[in-house]
Every structure is written in C-alpha cells, then in structure tokens.
Ligand binder design. Structure first.
Ligand code: GLA
Length: 400
C-alpha cells in the first residue's frame, strides 16, 4: 500500500491529505563508464543507471495546478495549467521540471490535444540522495522523473508495453534542457535514466539511437563513485564552449572531407586538416574516446576488467590534457586513486569541471582503498571526499 511508504507522511505535511491515492516513483542518476563528451558529436557512450536517485511521491487532483516541492531545494514550483505561466524561475532546480512541463505542453499543443498529458493538477514531493551538480545527472534524473510521472497518468500501460516511449520522453527531456534550461547537452544522460537495466551497461550510438545492453557485473571488482565535493563552476558556459569548439573543428574538417557528418566519423589521420592547436586537441579526444567506448564494451563482453581499467586511465589523460575538462581537484583525486593498491583504473565521469570520478577497485581492497584515499585527498586538496558504491540499475519507474 502506497500510504505505508514513509514518504507518505512527509507528503501530507507539505501538501495536506490528498484527494486521490498517492503513487511513488524513482528515477536514478547515471555514471558513464566510457565515451565522455562524444554524445553531442554523434559518438558511442557506455552509461549505467545507478542506485542513487530521486524519489517522487505524487497525488493527482481535479484542479489545474501542479505543485512541486523538494526536500532538498528551496521554495515551491507552482504551475497553473490554465494561465500558461512558463517564465523561468529564480530557484535553479525548479527550471528542470518547469522546462519539461512546458515542453510537454508545447507537444500537446502541436498535436492539437490528441495527446492527453496535462489534463489535471497534481502535487509532487521530491526526495533525492543524488548529490546535485556533481556529474551524476541529477538534472536528467529530475527531468525524466517529471516526464514519466506526468505521462503515467493516462498512459501507464503504454509505458509498460512500449519501451520506445521511454526514448521519446528522453528526447523530449533533452529538448527541455537544450531549449529551456539552455545547456547544449547530448542525449546520453536522459537515455541512461530512461533505459537503464539491472546488471547491464548501455552501449548507445548517439547518432542513430541504436543501443544494446552489455553485462556489467563482477564479484572481483567494485565500481566506486568518488565525489570530489568540488562545486562545479561555470559548467554550463564551459560545456557550451566545448560543444562550439567541436562544431568549429567539424566545419574545418568538412571543407576537405565533406562526407564527414559528425566528428566521431572522422579518422585520426583526417584530423591533420585541423590546423589550430585547441581545436585539434578537442577533436583528437573525441575521436579516440569514441574508439575507447567500443573497446570498453568489448572488454566487458570478454569479462576483461583489467582492460577496462586501462581504458579508464587512458580516458582520464585525454580528458585532462586534450579536452581540458578536469581541473585540480579531479586531477588529484584520480591520480591518488590510480596509485592505490587494488585500483585497476580511474577517470572522471560526466561533464567534468569538478564533480565525480569513478574507480574500479578489487572488491577485497575496497575498505582500505576508501580510508586511505579519503585521508590523502583531504590532506592534499582540503576537501572531504564522499564515496558511493555503484551497481548498474533499472531506469525510471513506479515503486510499490
Ligand atoms: C553531461 C551532458 C551529457 C554528456 C556529458 C559528457 O553529462 O549532459 O550529454 O555530454 O556531460 O560526456
């Protein structure tokens, strides 16, 4: 019974007794095992959905008002569906659900109301154990959660029967992030949150959206998420800057090789057509990182975890020296981790500029690894280190 869920009482404290039965949902964060900054260049990525995420307690009502509160965020997002008040809000977290609801509303308008998605009010209480702004996709988790909750009202059975609807919702959420929030992100995060599968990574071709599941499970090795606790700075503007550098590199390449439609299609030798130092290095990272994704998926299929660890290390160097998205704290964190006993590879994950790294560590060395790394990192960087164990989990869904 949903009212036995401990979040039910918190919901009542915030919103009062609901008119209809409450429902519970959970949306995971993600870590990307390989393929960083290639999704918006038409490349391949290898993310998993993780156990940490955002829960929603939801009750529908017969008003035209959507109210959303968060246990972790300030204020209340109130959207009156009758007055179309979709102006951006000053509380940053509120713009993610608002952007998704606005994008759904536009879609409904374009389809001349054939889609019944925003036909009632509701109250939503969010509760997250996913650190925000840390490269674990709290924004995509929130976007997909809201899209899934709203779509479930009239189309719950369709969501179960037709998995591709999840992909449609992921694309819609990416659109909300690109156009409403203003970050030119690729599809990886929303796709991972939508399509995550227990004990599997997703090998996704971001150009065609074709994907396959690759087993991700080991007794011998544990995947650790290392949160540098370095608040990310200027992430959105620097992210958009990297995207624009890739677009410039592609435009130069196309003058000589018009058949190349995205940067990940280029061969390494073709990059010689790019004369500028910075643009060359960005393109070099993208092309080699894309190759590493394919190699990492192969390593998983062959159960070759040592190879996967080597690829983690190579990716880190490329992200640090060629793509320049790491920074002091992530560099130190990964270097320290790589030197510790039992660690077979480590790299930053996500957009970078602060946030999290991941490390593959022999399971029987994990306890010592955690203690030593936390001490060394604190001493060197003067910041606390948070460590979470990660397994591959299912995507966004209802919870009993
Ligand atoms: C962020 C973006 C993704 C992807 C990664 C880097 O998480 O949202 O689309 O570009 O950065 O790989």
């Amino acid at each position: 019974m949903s009212s036995n869920n401990p979040r039910y009482q918190q919901f009542i404290d915030f919103f009062g007794t609901p008119q209809q039965e409450v429902q519970h949902f959970f949306s995971p964060g993600r870590v990307n095992l390989m393929g960083e900054h290639v999704d918006y260049n038409g490349g391949q990525v290898l993310p998993i959905a993780i156990p940490q995420g955002i829960a929603a307690t939801v009750a529908w009502n017969d008003s035209r008002i959507i109210r959303i509160r968060s246990m972790q965020g300030e204020g209340e997002l109130v959207i009156d569906l009758s007055d179309e008040g979709y102006g951006k809000r000053s509380e940053h977290w509120q713009n993610y659900p608002l952007g998704v609801i606005y994008t759904l509303w536009k879609r409904q308008q374009n389809l001349k109301n054939h889609l019944r998605i925003l036909d009632a009010g509701c109250d939503i209480l969010l509760d997250s154990n996913l650190p925000a702004e840390s490269g674990l996709s709290s924004s995509a988790a929130l976007e997909m959660l809201i899209a899934f909750v709203i779509f479930s009202r009239n189309y719950a059975q369709k969501l179960k029967d037709i998995p591709s609807i999840r992909v449609t919702l992921a694309l819609l959420c990416q659109k909300a992030e690109n156009n409403f929030v203003g970050v030119q992100s690729g599809i990886m995060d929303q796709f991972a949150v939508a399509m995550g599968q227990h004990n599997n990574a997703i090998l996704l071709d971001c150009q065609t959206l074709k994907f396959q599941y690759v087993p991700f499970q080991s007794r011998k090795y544990t995947l650790l998420i290392l949160n540098s606790n370095k608040p990310r700075q200027l992430t959105e503007s620097k992210y958009n800057e990297r995207k624009s550098e890739c677009d410039q590199a592609l435009a130069i390449l196309q003058q000589q090789y018009p058949h190349i439609k995205n940067l990940c299609e280029a061969q390494l030798v073709e990059l010689d057509a790019i004369p500028f130092d910075i643009l060359y290095r960005r393109a070099y990272h993208v092309v080699t990182e894309n190759q590493r994704t394919v190699a990492a998926a192969k390593a998983l299929v062959e159960n070759d975890w040592l190879r996967l660890g080597e690829l983690f290390n190579e990716s880190q160097f490329s992200l640090r020296d060629m793509y320049e998205v790491t920074g002091f704290e992530l560099d130190m964190l990964v270097e320290l981790a790589q030197q510790l006993e039992g660690c077979i590879g480590a790299r930053m994950t996500g957009a970078g500029f602060g946030g999290c790294a991941i490390a593959l560590v022999e399971t029987d060395k994990v306890t010592d690894f955690k203690i030593t790394l936390a001490l060394q990192y604190q001493k060197l960087v003067q910041l606390p280190l948070s460590i979470y164990e990660a397994t591959a989990e299912n995507g966004v869904d209802t919870v009993a």
